[in-house]
Design a protein around this ligand. Sequence first.
Ligand SMILES: O=C(O)CCC(=O)C(=O)O
Ligand SMILES: [Fe+2]
Length: 281
Amino acid sequence: MPTPLLSEQQREQFHRDGLLILPGFYDAHADIEPVQRAIHAAIGQVMQRHGVPDERPPLDPAHFDAGYQDLIRRDRSWGAEVYDAVKQLPPFVRLVAHPAHERLMRELRPGSEPGIAGGGYGIRIDNPGEERFRAQWHQEYPAQLRSLDGLVFWSPLVPVDEALGPVRFCPGSQREGPLPVYRGSGDGRSGAYALMLANQEALLSRYAQVAPLCAPTDLVIIDFLVLHASGYNRSQRSRWSMQFRYFNFADATGRSHGWKGSFAAGQDFSLIHPELCVDAP
Ligand SMILES: O=C(O)CCC(=O)C(=O)O
Ligand SMILES: [Fe+2]
């Protein structure tokens, strides 16, 4: 047996809060910089595709996103091209299946059979002042399905200070179990972004909120049932962050629906969990 990655205290903390932060978990040189370098190259490819002269300074991993704000100012849809491109970069995909993720899942969920949620990994680019793709208060399960018991591994690619809008959490809220969402809500959003938590205000009033600051190499582990929401990016730089989502094949709810995925897998959540869908007042 390899030595555990987590202490008993960390396991207890995750069990209590549904949230655990592991500062400096990844190796900057081996894990994070290759992703940053590859994103820099992908931005260059999108520039080239649109005839934008590449006048960026020589690559510095800490400023891998140089030129990106200019690019989206010219045409926001070029940012969407970068967004689609970066989840297909080999150094990122290698990290999705990092052996440590499986070990962490087995330590936090003894007896689990880890699975990597198809369509459940990517790199968020939360642009300054943008509302459309900001995640509202949500639990991960309705957005991802696969299994009720699951973990989001979240890790920033840029230092996240107050101005960049750190993710907000309600520690302990995973104990609510799966919460109903409003049917047919939308607000001009689509897919999982359109899901609206029912009785949000009453729920949020019961929990304290935390919005931890973090930096590249840090890992934030999020229970599929803990309430969380994107912050508001009021800075001049996009908030780049990686998400890897693991589910549990041995979970009874997942097994009952055949580990189906949600919106990203073309499924209609309300057909799989009609009992979790209620009409908006
Ligand atoms: O990074 C964010 O703003 C939201 C993250 C989130 O909801 C997730 O990773 O599941
Ligand atoms: Fe989420």
